[in-house]
Design a protein around this ligand. Structure first.
Ligand SMILES: Cc1cc2nc3c(=O)[nH]c(=O)nc-3n(C[C@H](O)[C@H](O)[C@H](O)COP(=O)(O)OP(=O)(O)OC[C@H]3O[C@@H](n4cnc5c(N)ncnc54)[C@H](O)[C@@H]3O)c2cc1C
Length: 419
């Protein structure tokens, strides 16, 4: 398959764009693979790519029930960051950040990774203390963090109400300069093309409807396109984890599915050139290359497999936007949508062997899994190839919930709707 380059762009522009080839093949399923990855979202595709690229395991299929990008990978607000405090999290997400920094080059696909920074606003002195502590933990573990005063924030984000009479006065902010955004569809397409070029079969419209078993061991999947045997079956279905694992007879997991909404406004001239998060509620906003403000808030707060949300959250998010950026209140909302979040009980992910022999599980991404895509795929591929976790995901096991070794970044306890 041809490399993408400026020269290829020019040549195709001059020849009527007739020579572009499909970015990945549409193969028929083989009867058997070394590894079947269930779920063609960002994590499943990245896993297949790194299995082939890092471990030379190329007899791999990714089975996706719909089309690539139909799940959360194509529905998120595209924020990439590694601004965590707990060592297991900050090290894992910092590994992801380093992979992001070379991703377009490595995949020969422009994922539009834009390191425009993320600014977490603090609205009380105690919140400022908390953020500064997190910033120090980040620096300690190799990430980047800078504390900004209200005057510095006013200069960086001119539309923000930093006045003392603001509804929620801003006392400072934690900036991670290397954080930013990436084009979500491009990430799915780039990994798909990269995996396909290394020999991975991507099977769309291929819903998994059951698991093949020999006793306890999982030996393949039953799909809408027939049975496929596999030495190893890896599950990366995000919000559908509960439903898919139930097909294997596992109906108790430390995961709940909730809907998370996102919003985009009409296009504006450039007004926000970083990602801003509100500390007195739950709001994050950035501006897309097309000019739309892309923003979101909290999950809807009840269990759901729906990909659309409810009006109370819409109202809450809009009022938070207006309180933070009063000048943007008249801007019209263009679209809203929802995705199904795999909320874990401690807000941290699961990348593990098991829970059945022959099976591997990747889940629990809550609403932060897009930024994890490279490291998640990289660590999951390692875990599948070596039948053991890499040190970077050794803490993200399922049994941590049995052992009480939770990784509770927010310190909120076993309440997925709060993470
Ligand atoms: C509104 C919203 C905003 C978000 N914002 C951010 C953000 O700013 N930053 C961030 O880091 N994260 C964010 N996230 C979270 C992030 O998008 C997810 O954590 C991440 O995309 C999940 O991994 P994935 O890409 O593999 O999931 P998905 O894309 O959902 O992939 C799972 C795939 O499994 C497939 N599948 C399901 N069942 C089956 C089956 N039976 N057989 C075969 N295939 C099946 C689905 O069709 C789907 O394509 C957001 C999510 C949403 C919804």
């Amino acid at each position: 398959m041809a490399e993408y380059s400026a020269l290829a762009l020019l040549k195709n522009a001059l020849t009527g764009n007739r020579d572009w080839k499909p970015a990945w093949r549409k193969p028929e399923p083989k009867p058997e693979y070394d590894v079947v990855v269930v779920g063609g979202g960002g994590h499943g595709l990245a896993t297949a790519y790194y299995l082939a690229r890092e471990h030379g395991i190329t007899n791999v299929a990714v089975v996706e029930k719909g089309w690539l990008g139909s799940g959360n990978v194509g529905r998120n607000t595209t924020i990439v960051r590694s601004n965590y405090m707990l060592p297991a999290n900050v090290r894992f997400y910092e590994h992801s950040m380093k992979l992001w920094e070379n991703l377009s080059h490595e995949l020969n696909y422009n994922v539009m990774f834009s390191q425009r920074g993320i600014l977490n606003l603090a609205h009380t002195p105690s919140q400022a203390d908390d953020f500064i502590r997190r910033g120090n933990a980040m620096l300690h573990d190799g990430a980047d963090a800078v504390w900004l005063t209200p005057a510095e924030i006013a200069k960086k984000v001119p539309g923000l109400d930093v006045s003392a009479k603001a509804r929620f006065p801003i006392v400072g902010g934690l900036l991670q300069p290397r954080a930013g955004t990436a084009r979500h569809d491009a990430v799915a397409w780039g990994y798909a093309r990269g995996a396909d070029r290394l020999g991975v079969d991507i099977l769309e419209n291929c819903e998994v409807t059951g698991f093949l078993r020999e006793g306890e061991r999982v030996t393949g999947v039953a799909t809408a396109r027939g049975e496929i045997r596999a030495k190893k079956v890896a599950i990366a279905v995000a919000g559908s984890t509960g439903r898919v694992m139930k097909l294997a007879g596992i109906d108790r997991l430390p995961i709940e599915s909730h809907v998370l909404q996102a919003f985009v406004s009409e296009s504006l001239k450039p007004v926000i050139d970083t990602v801003v998060t509100f500390g007195a509620g739950h709001l994050y906003v950035s501006q897309s290359d097309k000019g739309g403000l892309v923003f979101g808030g909290d999950i809807d707060g009840y269990n759901s497999y729906a990909q659309r949300g409810n009006l109370p959250v819409v109202e809450e998010v809009m009022s938070e936007m207006a309180s933070l950026f009063p000048g943007l209140a008249p801007v019209r909302l263009l679209r809203s949508w929802g995705g199904i979040m795999d909320m874990s009980m401690d807000g941290s992910p699961i990348i593990t062997t098991g829970p059945l022999p022959g099976m591997f599980l990747n889940s629990g991404w809550c609403y932060g899994g897009f930024k994890a895509t490279p490291a998640s795929g990289w660590c999951f591929a390692w875990t599948i190839a070596k039948d053991a976790p890499h040190p970077l995901n050794a803490a993200f096991t399922l049994d941590r919930f049995h052992r009480g070794a939770v990784i509770d970044e927010k310190g909120q306890g076993a309440t997925p709707r709060l993470h």
